[in-house]
Unconditional design. Structure first.
Length: 438
């Protein structure tokens, strides 16, 4: 089997399959110490990478220039590698069931180009059992090789946090696993070439798969609790932000806040676990309850926006509402599984004219993914309400309470819905605006 020594001496190549938020930073890290092939099926992205540009913003042009990655669209180039890392997305379908087609496709592509002595490591988020029960049979069928004899597999869950410049790939403890002790040690040694935070050797591949899927499930449930509390406190007329600040003075109170739960991790991963649980005959009540709460927050926010419009004497039908932000989180351009769209759709059901602005989101992608036409906030004119959904730094710097007043109608009774709690209620109300937030 391939050894870490061969990789260090550049006698063996590493291939990254899938160059998104996870794959590209990892490829860049390995590119400083090893021969790396970066494979992706997106022609536009490969062309951008070759020009030294990363549209996700995860790597700067300087960081792109500081590493060596052989970018390719040609799957046949994978024959040159002997250590494969699969970092393709694992989304859910319209029925909220795991969509394993990307990882299955990646397995087929690798299998057709797999050579004896190779190791294949999967990083994509999956439920326990996918690597050995789904991916391995595909690899064997496509390659004609036998797993455990001709090639080995492992699993190392990704932990990239998009937009986070502190917890980068080299500074996050890496969980690794392998199908046997020898494979585990090789995989651990390879990752140790670039991960300075250390490597944790999991007891098995299924343990590593399970560890990944519960990391985001735990966060999802904690945010669901905050969202439910926000609904309760809202009905009681108590500011949730004030309650959390008070409770947060206790040393062991967990610092979570209410809000929209979207993106390709926290809002998706729990469904992988619940799918597997139901497949083995167990109905996971707590996890699914948390999912129901979080999935319903867009509707809840839209309904309260409408209520506030009515309270300030606005006609809901035809009201102009500006939504600030479409991406799934602040300071990233990624709009995948953004729950902001739930607010937009619900407001549109009330026949509200919804204007959506986001300086980070790609205009064409927003139109293709959601049918949303992004607008220039400087060209929207006056609006009846502003729903601030994503706390981009550029918005924090620009939209003071006074600036929001300038956006709202001249009658001085505009509504501000502060989803991310970035504003001070008193300051907004001092401008004559109606404030509401989670």
């Amino acid at each position: 089997m391939v050894t870490v020594e061969a990789i260090k001496k550049k006698q063996a190549k590493i291939a990254l399959v899938g160059l998104g938020y996870v794959g590209l930073p990892l490829a860049a890290a390995f590119g400083k110490v090893a021969e790396v092939i970066g494979f992706d099926i997106n022609e536009k992205r490969i062309a951008e990478f070759r020009r030294g540009y990363d549209a996700t913003g995860e790597l700067s042009s300087e960081q792109m220039a500081s590493t060596r990655i052989d970018y390719t669209l040609d799957p046949a180039r994978l024959k040159e590698a002997s250590f494969y890392i699969v970092t393709v997305p694992t989304p859910i379908d319209e029925h909220r069931r795991p969509d394993l087609s990307p990882v299955e496709s990646a397995s087929r592509t690798i299998g057709r180009n797999l050579t004896p002595g190779s190791i294949v490591v999967f990083e994509s988020t999956v439920y326990p059992g996918v690597t050995e029960e789904i991916c391995v049979p595909i690899l064997e069928a496509e390659s004609g090789l036998k797993c455990g004899v001709d090639f080995k597999v492992g699993y190392s869950p990704e932990r990239i946090n998009p937009g986070d410049k502190v917890h980068t790939v080299d500074r996050i403890v890496k969980v690794v696993s392998g199908q046997d002790k020898e494979t585990l040690e090789t995989i651990a040694s390879v990752y140790e070439l670039v991960v300075t935070a250390g490597v944790h050797r999991a007891a098995s591949i299924k343990v590593a798969e399970a560890a990944k899927v519960i990391e985001n499930t735990q966060r999802d449930l904690n945010i669901a609790l905050m969202n439910e509390l926000a609904i309760i406190f809202g009905k009681l007329g108590i500011p949730t932000k004030d309650v959390l600040e008070a409770a947060g003075t206790k040393w062991n109170f967990l610092n979570f806040t209410p809000g929209l739960v979207g993106g390709h991790c926290i809002g998706v991963d729990p469904y992988y676990l619940t799918y597997k649980a139901e497949a083995i005959g167990y109905h996971p009540e707590v996890i699914l309850a948390g999912r129901r709460i979080n999935d319903g927050m867009g509707k809840y926010l839209a309904e309260n926006t409408v209520k506030k419009l009515i309270k300030v004497g606005k006609a809901v039908k035809g009201a102009r509402v500006l939504v600030l932000g479409l991406t799934f989180k602040e300071n990233v351009p990624d709009i995948r599984n953004s729950k902001v769209i739930d607010i937009i759709r619900e407001l549109q059901d009330y026949e509200v004219e919804v204007l959506v602005a986001d300086p980070l989101a790609d205009v064409d992608e927003a139109r293709h993914e959601y049918g949303v036409k992004l607008v220039d906030v400087d060209a929207v004119g006056t609006v009846d309400a502003v729903v601030w959904t994503v706390a981009h730094d550029v918005y924090r710097q620009r939209f003071t309470p006074a600036a929001l007043k300038m956006l709202c109608c001249d009658d001085g009774c505009g509504v501000v819905v502060d989803v991310k709690a970035v504003l001070e209620r008193a300051e907004v109300e001092n401008e004559g605006l109606r404030y509401w937030g989670l």
